[in-house]
Structure formats: C-alpha cells, structure tokens
Design a protein. Structure first.
Length: 209
C-alpha cells in the first residue's frame, strides 16, 4: 500500500459524500504505529506530504501536520485488533442518521455478514476522546464495523481496500434499513441458520467475510 493509495481512498470517500465538511479520517497500520489523515484539511487538497505517521501513543514520527483528532480511536483499534491493517471512519449520511437514533443495523440482509453479523451502535462519548475509543473497541468485539452514537461509522479491514469496501456497504445497508423504517415496514430478520447458510455461500463463491 502506497501513500498515494491512502490519498485516493480518502478522496473517493469524500467524492461519494461519505466525509462531509472535512469530517472522518482513515489510517493504515505501519511499522511502529500507523499513518493517518491530518486534522482539518479538505480531502480534495490533500497530498502525500500531508499524511501523518504516529506511534501508538500519538507522537508524530513523520509529517508536519497535526494528526486527525480521532487518532486515539485508530490507536485503540490497532492495539485491540492485531489482525486489523486499516481503519476507515466516516460521517456518511445514512449510517450517521442511524447513529443519531443510537440504533444499530440488524441482520435484515445477508450482506451484513461482511460486518460480522450485524452492526452495533457504540455508547456515546465526545469525539476525539479516549472514552470514544474505548466504546468503539467494545462495540467492535467480534465485528468489523460499528456505528458511533450521534457521530458516524467505523469500518476495519486487514487491508485499506477491505475497510473501504466495508464502509461503503455499511452505508448502503443503513440506507436500505432506513427506507424500510420510513415506509412503516418491519424488517424480517434473518435467522442464525439463514446467516450461516449465506456465510457458506460466500465461502463457495470465494468472497471473504
């Protein structure tokens, strides 16, 4: 993974409306810490030189800008989840809307398997705080995506491409779920057996979950 690919991923999210008003951030694990997008910089203007490398305690190892205010969130996920290679945090409209109701995404569609079976909503905490990081990690247990109450969404992956794909899928699921609720319909949730069968089909098609 190159720095150019991190910039491309951030700008793709921004162009898709997933990062309104310079919100959100993403990072990639590297030796000695992780590379994270900087604080307060429009993604369309971002260059490789703007990316910041920090250690697990947030100390800047490379770069002239301040790391994202959510660096603690990224650090906590990497510490708790050694398999995680990348973290994507967005304020995407539909996932954020659900988070403001403190409502997760239940298993109404088999694609929720990409997140681990459902998408929980983490307890609320102020942005940029250690409390938010702890709440996020707790809600992520056994999952690959989580909503942050009154805030947004986090998706993780072994690679940046995987985390990016999952972030888009969670936003898609959130939109479908909100459409059902807006129509006054009660989603019929998949059973554990139905989810297991879908997971088996994923394996047969070679799609990793």
């Amino acid at each position: 993974m190159t720095l150019a690919e991190i910039i491309a991923a951030a700008q793709r999210l921004d162009a898709a409306g997933m990062m309104p008003s310079k919100s959100g951030n993403l990072s990639l694990r590297c030796e000695g810490g992780f590379i994270v997008t900087p604080a307060g910089l429009p993604y369309a203007q971002m260059t490789e030189a703007d990316l910041v490398q920090v250690d697990a305690a947030g100390a800047v190892l490379r770069g002239d800008r301040r790391p994202s205010s959510e660096w603690r969130l990224h650090a906590a996920i990497y510490a708790a989840r050694p398999e995680t290679g990348a973290v994507v945090h967005t304020h995407s409209p539909r996932a954020t809307a659900l988070s403001c109701a403190r409502h997760g995404i239940p298993p109404f569609h088999y694609m929720v398997l990409l997140a681990g079976g459902d998408v929980r909503c983490a307890a609320h905490a102020t942005f940029g705080t250690a409390a938010l990081a702890r709440n996020c990690v707790a809600a992520l247990e056994g999952r690959r995506a989580v909503l942050l109450a009154n805030h947004g969404m986090v998706a993780v992956g072994t690679t940046l491409a995987a985390a990016l794909t999952l972030a888009f899928e969670v936003e898609n699921l959130a939109g479908q779920y909100l459409d059902l609720l807006a129509a006054g319909l009660e989603p019929v949730l998949l059973t554990a057996q139905e989810l297991a069968e879908a997971a088996s089909q994923f394996a047969g098609y070679g799609r990793a979950i």
